[in-house]
Each structure stands twice: as structure tokens, then as C-alpha cells.
Design a protein around this ligand. Structure first.
Ligand code: GLA
Ligand code: ZN
Length: 670
């Protein structure tokens, strides 16, 4: 466990470097990430490379006992490239090329862009691949940031057509699968197939709403594959010359909305994953639960500890700023990452830059470069982490509960939202919140993952799934596993078309029920009652007929009053639940408690408002993290005698936490 910082030595006078490094050491900063936007320094003119400036930086850092994550600079192509190779430009959904002046204006499918990136990446990797100071690599920067995963240019159109040809073989097959007979869209050749730019008619959801849903889903998959193939090429350029681990910084930022990249797939190409965590800034404030969920996703992509590659370090924004992190928050956010499985937290950025778009984006130091309150807090955190590392290797929760996250389902639900107020990641978050508020950590699994290590798989909104996943879910339940499905599960095939079987389609056998009728609620509400107490549905009601399942909840209003809304089916040695409606927050918590208790999963029977409680271990020793996200002190009841690892103090049965306070309790060995 340690801290690091995103550093831009090229932004400052060399005379300052010594002071920076001295201050970093004093703050226990052990690693810097550098170079992710430096293309125009490496290659000021086409084919004219300059490395002296980076040689000097790396040698300086090496001499001063600093470790480096070195980046490939493809996220900000220089002016000469953009001017000369206009087909390297990404196009937006209206078919307009993106322009030079910011960053990320390139197309992942542009051959010329890829060629240029490869040349430069290989030069960098061959020059620095074995440099002592380099401990790892970051490729590009925030792939897909700012709506850049989906490009709508001509290269993408052609590559998409080849992608389709490989998938469907004949145009007749594509027509049949897509149902292009609807609205006279039958294609005669793959070369006729469109990419879904903004269409002639659309509804209020998004600009491509009126288009063929099978085509839309394939385009989402194709774009994700394109980014991953670009990433893979960059990773390969490095691996050719270096054995150091390679990553890239992902964007599950709680206040951003995801990138449209299948991160489970991308993670397979990387040695470790990292992400960028801004909590309170110009574009909003994240809830503690959404940040926690994002950390959980990160540890889930590879089922191993991860890094935060950019952690907010000051008041942030481009044209306006969000609030300055109040005393204790930078430390609190750092421990939130560590408790959830991060073993390195890198702050963005070392010192606030006086020029450029991000001159208001404050780093640890203000523009004047002096020590300040935030620096002191980070230095204290760095010292604590050094001490903790003497007792623990990377800590990570090992949950018994996992949420099945499918990018196919997420994209499908983005294409056809099914009901007002329904959003895939938000609805999954409801489950994450319900369990974690009771101190029960939750992982995420992909449809391809092994489910065996979990007692409970939550599979809300499993709209579609591959036959293989369905079979493995059946095997898991048969062998004693417990699964929960929600409404809108088992409704589609993998081409984003509705099934013709009675719902829940491919889940009929597992769930032991039939959905007779659906009622998306729009402006009405429905009351329900069951093992989760009383609740009000606001989004969706499935009117269920039980075939062999036991009824655990019913509707108490509307024309389906008395009909089941929640059931459980015994399946082999296991159990399969089906929840036909949405529940309010309180009922979700009761549901979590009901399921958790039934499976003897360790949970608190209560929630302490504002406190996040996470049990993590380093495979040998276990600790309980208590994080007070609220503005007031709290007393947290705990069970037994403990030693608090940050202060070394012993205690019993409860612990006092000041506002933004953190405690790490060791119950084993005190
Ligand atoms: C992102 C980027 C950084 C920087 C920060 C602040 O996370 O990766 O380069 O732009 O945001 O805006
Ligand atoms: Zn493109």
C-alpha cells in the first residue's frame, strides 16, 4: 500500500524539480506517473524524434529514488498529425469530424493513426523498456473518455461492414437476424449496411433511437472491440521491449456515465487495472456508495488488487470548480480505495498548472508550489500507508455475493430503456447499496466468470445471455448456489430481439414461473408486501404465475392485487429467486438481510448512517475498515476486542470516529 502522484516535470522549470522531489519524499510518495500527453515533445515534426528531454527526466527521477509509470502519449495527437492525416480524425454521431484544440480527437480504426502510434510507442518502449526507474506502463489515457468510444467516420463504416461479414457470412443471414424487413431496410450487400449515425426519426432517449436495435447493439460491440484492439496493439508495442506490467486508466467515475467499453474484455489485455476517481468536482458530487461500487468494479475486472491512477487532490473543474475537499476527505477517499482493494493511490496532480484548460484543476499543491493543508493531509496518509504496509500486503474484500454485470445487457438497455426511470447501472447499484450498507461487500462478475466462489449471484436485468452462461447458471444453482433475477430478465436473444417464448424466456426452468403480463408503471405506483416488508413499486411490475415456485411477496394494489411479485424456486440443491418489481431503498435492505441471513453470510443487522464498513484481507489477515463519510462524529458498535491499526489503540465493543474519520480494526491478533 502506498501513494503516488501524477507529475508533469515538463510543465515546470528544471530548477524546481529538486524541490518537488524533496517534497514528494517527505510526503511518502513513492511513484510518479508521467508523459501521457507529451507527443508534441517526443515528435515535434513528423519523423523527427526527440528523447533527450525524457532521458533527463527519467535519469533525474532515478537518481532521486522515485519510481515511474511511463505512459504512451496517444491520447493527444499533435497538430502536424491532425493537419496532415485528416482521416485520423474521429467523427461524431452527426458525421462531423472532431477538431484539434483539445485532445482525444482520433479514430481507433484509422490505419494511419495506428501506424503513427505504433512507431512512437515502439520507440519509447525500446528506449525505456529496461530503464531501472520504470516500474510499469500506462497506455493512452482514459480510453473512451468524453464520448470517444463510438466513432462515426468512414473508416469505421468500412471496418464495421467487414466485422459484420465475418459475423454473419451472408447478407441474407444479416437481414434475417436483424429483421430488416421491418421499415423496408433489407440490404443487398454488406457494403450497404449503415453505421447508426443520428437518424431521420428518433425519440427523446437519444439520437439513434429509431434505428434497428440489432444493428445498434452490434455497433456498440464493434466500437468496444475497436478500442480494445487499439489498446492491445499499444500493449504489444510495449511487451516487445519491456517486461514491466502494463495498464491503462479506466473510467468508471461515479459521476461520469461509463465509456461503452467492455472493461471485462479490456482487462484481459492488461496486467493490472487502474481508474480515475474524482469525487466532488465541477460536474457533480458522487455518493459514497457509487464510489465504493466503482472500486468494487475495478477489483472485479481482474479479481485482483487495482490502482487509482488519478485520485482527486484539490478543488477541481475546467471553467468552474467544485468544492475544496474538506479536512480529512482526501485521507478518507484514499482509505475508501484501499479498503475496497486498491494497493496504490496516485493523486492527480502534483501541482496546479498555471496555464491550459486545466488551470483551475487543483492538484495537491496550489499554483504557488508551497506546502499547504492538502499536502499535510496527504503526507500524513502516506506515512500511515508505509506503516500499514509493514503489517499487511494488499488488502481486498473477498465477498460471498456478486452482481452479474453484462455489457451486452447494459448496452441493450441503453438502446431500449424498457421503462421510464430504468437504467441498468443505477438498478444494479440499488443491489450494491442494499448489501454494502449492511457491511456485506459485493463483487461484480462477468457472464464468463466462474460463479462458484460466491454464495449468491444477483442477476438483475439479465435481458439476454449466451447459452453457455445460462447452462453455467443452471449448474451453479443445481450444485447449491443461489441466484436472484429481476424483471426484464430472460426477454431477449443475443441479437437484441425479443423472444417469442413466454417470459422469462430462457429462465423459465430456473425460476419456475411465468410472467403473464407486464405493467411498466410510468406515472403510477403499485404497493407490494412480502419478506422485504411493505414497499412501493415505481418502475415496473411483472404479473407472475407460479408454476412450482414458492411465493414470497405479492402486489397489494391495482388490478393484480394478490398476485405474486417475488418468488423462489428450488432448483437442484440451490434456490432461484425472481423479483418482478422494483422496491424502495428500505425494502431492498430488508431483502438483502433476508437473503444474507438465509445463506449465513456475515452482515450487520443494522446500518450506521454515513459509515462504510468493509471487511478486507490480504489472504492471511483480516481487518475491518470503518469509514465515516458524514460531517459529524459517530460511535460505531462492533463485536469484540480489537486493536485499531492506525493508532495502535485497543478497544472493545464500539469505536468513536470523528467526522471523516477512518479506523482499521484488527480483531485477531491484539
Ligand atoms: C482526467 C484525465 C486527466 C485530467 C483530469 C482532470 O481524469 O485523465 O488528464 O484531464 O481528468 O480533468
Ligand atoms: Zn472512426
Amino acid at each position: 500500500m502506498r501513494i503516488g502522484v501524477d507529475y508533469y516535470p515538463e510543465h515546470w522549470d528544471k530548477n524546481r524539480w529538486k524541490t518537488d522531489i524533496k517534497m514528494m519524499h517527505k510526503a511518502h510518495i513513492g511513484v510518479v506517473r508521467i508523459g501521457e500527453f507529451a507527443w508534441s515533445l517526443y515528435e515535434p515534426k513528423e519523423g523527427k524524434f526527440e528523447f533527450g528531454w525524457m532521458d533527463e527526466i527519467l535519469d533525474f527521477l532515478d537518481k532521486n529514488q522515485m519510481k515511474v509509470v511511463l505512459c504512451t502519449p496517444s491520447a493527444a495527437p499533435p497538430k502536424w498529425l491532425t493537419d496532415r492525416y485528416t482521416d485520423s480524425l474521429q467523427w461524431d454521431i452527426y458525421g462531423r469530424p472532431k477538431l484539434f484544440g483539445t485532445r482525444k480527437h482520433y479514430c481507433f480504426n484509422s490505419d494511419v493513426y495506428r501506424k503513427k502510434v505504433k512507431i512512437l510507442n515502439e520507440k519509447i518502449a525500446s528506449r525505456y523498456g529496461n530503464h531501472e526507474v520504470v516500474e510499469g506502463w500506462q497506455i493512452d489515457n482514459e480510453l473512451g473518455w468524453s464520448n470517444t468510444t463510438r466513432c462515426y467516420c468512414e473508416s469505421c463504416r468500412k471496418k464495421f461492414q467487414s466485422w459484420l461479414k465475418a459475423k454473419y457470412q451472408t447478407i441474407e443471414n444479416l437481414n434475417q437476424t436483424y429483421g430488416t424487413v421491418f421499415w423496408s431496410q433489407i440490404y443487398n450487400d454488406f457494403e450497404e449496411v449503415i453505421i447508426p449515425r443520428a437518424g431521420a426519426c428518433y425519440d427523446s432517449c437519444h439520437d439513434t433511437q429509431g434505428q434497428n436495435p440489432a444493428l445498434l447493439l452490434d455497433y456498440d460491440r464493434f466500437c468496444s472491440d475497436s478500442v480494445i484492439s487499439f489498446a492491445k496493439e499499444s500493449v504489444n508495442s510495449i511487451r516487445k521491449f519491456s517486461e514491466k506490467p502494463v495498464t491503462t486508466n479506466l473510467l468508471d467515475a461515479a459521476v461520469n456515465s461509463g465509456t461503452g467499453i467492455d472493461y471485462f474484455k479490456l482487462a484481459k489485455e492488461l496486467d493490472f487495472v487502474t481508474w480515475d476517481n474524482y469525487v466532488e468536482f465541477q460536474w457533480g458530487k458522487a455518493l459514497k456508495e457509487t464510489v465504493s461500487r466503482d472500486h468494487a468494479l475495478l477489483r472485479s475486472y481482474k479479481k485482483q488488487p487495482f490502482w487509482v491512477m488519478e485520485q482527486q487532490a484539490g478543488p477541481c473543474g475546467w471553467s468552474k470548480m467544485g468544492p475544496s475537499p474538506a479536512p480529512g476527505k482526501l485521507r478518507l477517499w484514499t482509505y475508501q480505495a484501499v479498503a475496497n482493494g486498491a494497493d496504490t493511490v496516485v493523486y492527480f496532480r502534483w501541482r496546479s498548472c498555471p496555464f491550459g484548460t486545466e488551470q483551475l484543476w487543483h492538484g495537491i499543491l496550489d499554483h504557488n508550489g508551497d506546502e499547504n493543508r492538502r499536502y499535510e493531509e496527504i503526507a500524513k496518509t502516506g506515512l500511515e500507508m508505509d506503516k500499514l504496509s509493514k503489517y499487511y500486503k494488499a488488502l481486498m474484500p473477498h465477498p460471498k455475493v456478486a452482481i452479474l454485470k453484462s455489457f451486452d445487457c447494459e448496452w441493450s438497455q441503453g438502446i431500449h430503456r424498457q421503462a421510464e426511470g430504468l437504467q441498468y447501472d443505477q438498478y444494479q447499484l440499488d443491489y450494491y447499496k442494499a448489501f454494502t450498507k449492511l457491511g456485506c461487500p459485493v463483487d461484480f462478475v462477468s457472464p464468463e466468470d466462474d460463479f462458484g466462489q460466491y454464495k449468491l449471484i444477483l442477476a438483475p436485468l439479465l435481458l439476454m445471455t449466451e447459452e453457455d452462461t445460462k447452462n453455467r447458471l443452471e449448474k451453479y444453482a443445481d450444485g447449491g448456489g443461489t441466484i436472484l433475477f429481476s424483471f426484464r430478465s430472460g426477454i431477449k436473444n443475443m441479437h437484441n430481439n425479443m423472444l417469442q417464448e413466454t417470459l422469462p424466456g430462457f429462465l423459465q426452468k430456473l425460476t419456475g414461473i411465468e410472467v403473464e403480463e407486464v405493467d411498466p408503471l410510468l406515472e403510477k405506483e403499485t404497493n407490494v408486501s412480502g419478506v422485504f416488508g411493505q414497499s412501493t413499486g415505481k418502475i415496473w411490475c411483472d404479473i407472475i404465475k407460479s408454476k412450482q415456485a414458492q411465493v414470497l411477496g405479492i402486489y397489494t394494489g391495482d388490478y393484480y392485487s394478490g398476485r405474486p411479485c417475488f418468488t423462489v424456486n428450488k432448483f437442484g440443491k440451490g434456490h432461484v429467486y425472481y423479483l418482478g418489481c422494483d422496491l424502495d431503498e428500505n425494502a431492498m435492505k430488508k431483502l438483502a438481510l433476508y437473503l444474507g441471513n438465509g445463506l449465513e453470510i456475515k452482515m450487520f443487522p443494522y446500518e450506521i448512517e454515513g459509515v462504510e464498513a468493509i471487511t478486507a484481507d490480504d489472504e492471511e489477515k483480516e481487518v475491518l475498515f470503518l469509514l465515516n463519510h458524514s460531517d459529524s462524529p459517530v460511535v460505531v458498535p462492533v463485536q469484540g476486542v480489537y486493536r485499531e491499526m492506525l493508532t495502535g489503540e485497543r478497544g472493545e465493543d464500539s469505536i468513536y470516529l470523528e467526522a471523516t474519520g477512518v479506523a482499521i480494526l484488527n480483531f485477531d491478533n491484539n
